[in-house]
Design a protein around this ligand. Sequence first.
Ligand code: PMP
Length: 316
Amino acid sequence: MGTIEQAAEVGQFGVWPLIGNTPLVRVSPLEPRPGVQVYAKLESLNPGGSVKDRAAAAMILDGLRTGALGPGKTLLDSTSGNTGIAYAMLGASLGYPVTLCVPSSVAEERKRLLRVYGAEVIWTSPLEGSDGAIRMARELHADHRDRYFYPDQYNNPANWHAHYETTGPEILAQTGGRITHFVAGLGTSGTFVGAGRRLREVNPAIRLISVQPDSPLHGIEGLKHMASAIVPGIYDPTLADEDARVETEAAWDMLRRLAREAGLLVGASGAAALTVASRVAQGLERGLVVALIPDGGERYLSDRMLAPGAGRTGSG
Ligand code: PMP
C-alpha cells in the first residue's frame, strides 16, 4: 500500500476506470427560443453516484504518490455526504479504512450509503452544518496526526485539479467547443474553480456563473452560503463573471418540474444550477449553457421531493 506503483495502477482497476466521462444531455424544456441550448452534465453517472468521485480519486491518488496515504493509515475527512461516499467506495476498493465527519442532518439515503461501504461515521451537529464537520475533522487530525491521512477537500488543490484535468475538457469536447455559459454550484468550489479555470483558459469569452444558496439556513444539500461559512481555501471568488443566488424553494420546484417535464431526476444542487441556467438562457438570443449536475435525485427521496399537494395535482 502507498507506493508510487500502486498509485499508477489503481486508476486501472475495479471502479476507478468508471469515474468521469459522464454524459451531457439536452434539457429542452428550459430552452426559451431556437438558438439557445441548455445542457446538463450528469455527474450522477459516476460509480459513486456523484461529481465527488473525481475529486476524491484525485486526492487519494495524490496521497498515494506523496506517501501521505500509506500502510496503517486511515482516510479522514469532513463531508456533507457525497465526498464521503466517494471516499468510502474508493477506500474500500484499496483496503483502507475510512472515517468521516458528517453533519447528522444529511439525507437518510446518504447515511445508509456510507454504512454500506463500511465507513466509520462521526455525526456532527446539524445546527453547525458542514462547518461543524470541518472543525471535528481538524480536531481529530490534530490529535492523531500519525493515524490519519486527511486530504482536507476544502484546501486540497488536487480537488480542483481533478476538474481542470477532466470535467472541463469533457465539456469542451462534448459541446465541440460551442459552450458559451458554464453554471455550477459552490460547495468546496472544486468543481467550479477547476472546470471554470480550464474553460476560461481555452476560451476567455465563456461566461462562468457560480451558484450559492440565497441564505445561510437553506435546503440545498452540498452548496455553501459563502458569506456565512468557513470559506474553502481553494475558492477563488474572482473567477466568476456572475455569482448567482438561488432560493431553496425555486431549486426544489425546478427539481420536481424536471422530473415531470423532462424525465430528468437531479439532486437539489443540480436543480439549483439548472434554475440559474434557465434564468441565464432567458436573457440570451443565442448561446449554449451547460449546468453541472452534481448528483441524482434518488439520493433525496426521503427529503422534500413531493411538494404538499403534489400527489393531487400530479397527472398519472
Ligand atoms: N452538490 C452536491 C450534492 C455536493 O455533494 C457537492 C459537494 N459538496 C456540491 C454540489 C459542490 O461541489 P464542489 O465541492 O466541487 O464545489
